[in-house]
Write a protein of this length. Structure first.
Length: 277
């Protein structure tokens, strides 16, 4: 009789069940090897359930989706045509071909995925790259059109309804609706719409955009943003704005001491008695 059958027979009688220790250990090791730990790049998370139940609307984008968490929501599909039109505008203003942007994002796919605290095995690489390009191009063009009217067309339906830009700005700062900031920088550099080495220019444009949407939440100065070693995404902008300013360390004053009369006399200083005292 096989070991498994013997084990079942003994179990029915209430006897001790025989374990194949080596086999079980091998299976457990395989399970442990297949674990996917959070990467160092991980910076985009889902809202904890206990917070979400308090206010579902505050945790969910209302107009447009960015990234993989809310990509399939039917109520956000209305923006799909606008997003594709903005991708078309981005390609028109760029000095690079569509194939170049696809290749760039394809090379960064693993890094991009590592920024999220969840895995997305249900999305093919082709779908993922397309999603990133459409999302990122839309964000870039919204920011450029908000600052420079020359980028807007006469039939730009987004900017003919100013309230919509504010709604998009709010959705851009939803915790679950983030794109890693590096992909915006990389696409803008490749496009050569501006000087590809001016990272500070995009930061300045994002600062102006967020200030227009969030007003007092965004400080007037963006020096703290520029001095940050790495900006992770739009929520990270707001986090940096809300950090207390770094106090300047006071200079340590040197303590000056007066030499004794004996020391001064030994150094050659002559003392004279004042008779008027």
């Amino acid at each position: 009789m096989k070991t498994a059958e013997k084990s079942r027979e003994k179990n029915e009688k209430g006897d001790h069940v025989f374990l194949d220790i080596d086999k079980l250990a091998a299976n457990m090791r395989k399970d442990l090897e297949n674990l996917s730990p959070l990467s160092k790049e991980c910076c985009i998370y889902k809202v904890p359930r206990r917070l979400r139940v308090l206010n579902e609307k505050a945790c969910t984008p209302q107009v447009v989706s960015f990234g993989p968490f809310h990509r399939d929501k039917k109520e956000l599909q209305e923006m799909e045509e606008h997003r594709r039109m903005y991708l078309q505008d981005f390609l028109k203003w760029s000095n690079a071909r569509l194939e170049g942007f696809i290749e760039l994002i394809g090379d960064s796919e693993a890094t991009f995925c590592n920024c999220y605290a969840e895995t997305f095995k249900d999305i093919s690489s082709e779908e993922f790259v397309k999603m990133i390009l459409v999302d990122a191009a839309f964000v870039i063009m919204v920011i450029l059109k908000r600052r420079f009217s020359a980028f807007r067309g006469r039939d730009d339906r987004m900017f003919s309804r100013p309230w919509m830009i504010g709604e998009v700005g709010i959705d851009l700062c939803m915790l679950e609706n983030q794109l890693p900031f590096f992909i915006l920088l990389d696409l803008l550099k490749l496009s050569k719409i501006f000087n590809p080495h001016k990272e500070s220019l995009l930061i300045m444009l994002v600062h102006e955009f967020l200030r227009g949407v969030w007003d007092s939440w965004v400080t007037e100065d963006y020096v703290e943003i520029l001095s940050s070693s790495k900006i992770e995404h739009f929520v990270d902008f707001l986090r940096i704005y809300q950090q207390p300013t770094r106090p300047h360390r006071p200079k340590i004053l040197k303590r000056l001491t007066t030499s004794t009369a004996k020391t001064l006399h030994q150094a050659g200083v002559q003392f004279q008695l004042d008779c008027h005292l």
